[in-house]
Design a protein around this ligand. Structure first.
Ligand code: 4HQ
Length: 232
């Protein structure tokens, strides 16, 4: 997969992309991530990329010119058109189903903004879909793009240490995960549940299922309302 990111703050991506799974996926050639600085495409002598909103009101709006020019440059770097995504609180909710869907693409082009948001002609002119990582307001789309990149790349074949472990994740079966334990058997008077030490794999499976279901009922009952998770 190729992921292009259009941003005013490419340096924000350095550390998340250079650790752990994202680092290894890039080293292995499973994904190539290319950052483009929107400000490099400003035609203004002060490198301006935002302006005041028509109709008045607070804040500034991302100008269409630099984003279009940056986009056209980036798109020309590869023949694959890719799926164009604006990170925005106005977007479709990002969830594990969407991560799985995006993980099947050959190319993603993520566009991140600052200020109050994008001139509407960016979304329309670039035929971009909008994705939101949640119902809260960030100071920019960069962290949202990193969330999307992380959730997508860990699903790519060869990116994960253990291929199977993403099948067991919370949400991959539409439920929260069961509780995990490792050594020692007793820690500060808290004991590992006996069933996990029993060696009885049938009983262990049953216990994990019931724990997952109980946690989901308690914390996320919304997940139990007919949302069958898509196949991985
Ligand atoms: N922003 N999910 C405002 C977000 C956001 C979100 C990104 C803040 C765009 C202009 N992005 N900028 N929530 O809050 O994706």
């Amino acid at each position: 997969m190729r992921i292009d990111v259009l941003t005013l703050f490419p340096e924000m991506f350095a550390s998340p992309l250079s650790e752990s799974i994202l680092k290894r996926a890039q080293q292995a050639g499973v994904v190539g991530i290319v950052l483009a600085n929107i400000r490099d495409f400003s035609k203004d002598k002060h490198k301006k990329v935002d302006d005041r909103p028509y109709g008045g009101g607070p804040g500034m709006v991302m100008m269409p010119g630099p984003v279009f020019d940056c986009f056209e440059h980036v798109r020309s770097l590869s023949a694959e058109p890719g799926r164009v995504i604006l990170l925005s609180p106005q977007g479709q909710p990002f969830d594990q189903r969407k991560a799985v869907e995006l993980s099947k693409e050959k190319r993603l082009i993520l566009i991140t903004g600052r200020y109050e948001g994008f001139d509407e002609r960016i979304r329309i002119g670039l035929a971009a879909e909008q994705i939101s990582i949640g119902d809260y307001i960030l100071s920019g789309g960069e962290l949202a793009a990193m969330v999307v990149i992380d959730a997508v790349v860990r699903l790519l074949g060869g990116a994960l240490g253990d291929e199977d472990s993403s099948k067991d994740d919370s949400f991959s079966e539409g439920l929260l995960e069961y509780p995990h334990y490792t050594r020692p058997e007793v820690f500060r008077d808290m004991k590992v549940p006996d069933v996990l030490l029993s060696g009885n794999h049938g009983e262990i499976e049953k216990w994990r299922r019931s724990q997952a279901l109980e946690r989901t009922k308690q914390t996320r009952p919304d997940l139990l309302k007919d949302n069958p998770p898509e196949d991985q």
